[in-house]
Design a binder for this molecule. Structure first.
Ligand code: SAM
Length: 377
């Protein structure tokens, strides 16, 4: 069995000052545990890096942990696997459902009947056709839009909170996997349907029917369910408003690339379609009908703004100052690692900076940037 340390290892190294260097301590568990976390195309997912991250933090003294910007939940899941009492948090509602499915949920799995029931039109039920009416020729074909309208409404009516979240999980992943770039940032259905030679993407995956993807991804979600003796939960808040105390907080906010005051990854924009499906009844009031790709009304997120995010880090560090703080960022972003370190030192006397190997995210062209972990105690 391949331990996931093979994928990537952190090292404590220059350019950060000598006193920060320290030998990495490996734990057997982090080095040998087989990852059960499903593959994902979510932007910035740490799925392939969780082994390396755990290697750096598993020996710290903590039981309760918050993954404050949890996204796919890959790090929260690894912490749960380590036996910690984990809280998953993300500001987006669709991610919250993923946290309920994969982190809060200890036992509930979905079976073939659940899949069948979620994906077929039920006699006597009147279905809204909002997706068909609103997203014609934008992301999916007409038949696929009709399938989505039915599946979302069936899933919404599932009584069990955890089963509902598991089904939503399969729906989101299916929708993402069928999209060029796995995103909803542009009206580009034509990339799938145009009769041209392609040098990228996987047309077979895009064109595979929704029910096939859905059933496979539902099974993947089942395989990720962990029953530990700890109560884990999922919340949906702005990280700065979280009041509970935790021994350790993992912080992996949207990344702003390059020096200066650029724009970072805007998750609400990239995944608005998944957010809309999660709040299907409110979707018509929230959609921006003037945008070509019918995105949601823009909500400004200061974490995505290179002129504001450094101050957001400071506010968050102050807010969470009683916890061990573990921050993931990249070596070539805004703020710089040196600035982040200096800001973390304002609340934590002992800060270690650990630099990873070069790591290239899916669809990224950036081959130079390194993943960096800052640990403040
Ligand atoms: C880099 S991603 C996290 C990736 C995650 N560690 C994983 O492995 O999938 C950043 C996440 O922060 C969330 N986010 C953005 N602003 C937030 C805020 N103010 N509070 C909480 N979460 C936020 C986004 O929805 C996104 O999922």
């Amino acid at each position: 069995m391949v331990g996931y340390l093979d994928v990537w290892t952190f090292r404590r190294s220059p350019p950060y000052s000598r006193k920060d260097r320290k030998e990495a301590t490996l734990t057997t568990q982090a080095a040998t545990t087989k990852p059960t976390f499903p593959t994902t195309r979510y932007q910035g997912s740490k799925r392939k890096l969780t082994g390396a991250i755990l290697t750096q933090i598993a020996n710290l003294d903590f039981n309760t942990a918050l993954d404050a910007f949890a996204g796919t939940g890959s790090v929260a899941h690894a912490l749960k696997e380590l036996g910690k009492q984990v809280t998953y948090n993300d500001a987006l509602a669709f991610n919250h459902q993923i946290g309920i499915a994969l982190i809060e949920n200890d036992t509930v799995k979905i079976d073939e009947n659940d899949i069948q029931s979620a994906t077929t039109r039920h006699k006597g039920v009147t279905y809204d056709d909002f997706i068909q009416r609103t997203f014609e020729d934008i992301y999916f074909t007409t038949d696929e839009n009709a399938w989505l309208d039915v599946a979302v409404q069936n899933i919404q009516n599932v009584e069990s909170k955890h089963k509902r979240a598991m089904l939503f999980y399969a729906l989101y992943q299916s929708a993402m996997i069928k999209r060029p770039y796995n995103l909803f940032h542009r009206k580009n259905l034509y990339m799938r349907t145009a009769d041209v030679e392609r040098s990228f993407g996987n047309k077979a995956t895009w064109d595979r029917p929704f029910p096939d993807h859905f059933a496979r991804l539902a099974r993947e979600a089942n395989a990720a369910i962990l029953n530990t003796n700890q109560t884990c939960k999922a919340t949906c808040s702005d990280a700065l408003t979280i009041k509970e105390q935790f021994d350790l907080v993992y912080i992996d906010p949207p990344y702003v690339s390059g020096a200066g005051s650029g724009r970072g990854v805007d998750y609400q924009h990239f995944y608005h379609f998944l957010e809309g499906m999660t709040r299907y009844k409110d979707w018509p009031d929230r959609v921006d009908q003037t945008s070509k790709h019918r995105r949601l009304m823009n909500e400004i997120n200061p974490w995505c703004d290179g002129s504001k995010n450094a101050d957001m880090f400071t506010k968050l560090f102050e807010h969470l100052e009683k916890s061990i703080l573990v921050v993931s960022y990249r070596s070539d972003g805004t703020p710089s690692i040196d600035e982040l370190k200096e800001r973390l030192e304002r609340v934590k006397p002992n800060v270690t900076v650990i630099e990873g190997e070069r790591y290239q995210y899916a669809l990224s062209t950036n081959r130079k940037s390194r993943e960096v972990l800052l640990i403040g105690k």
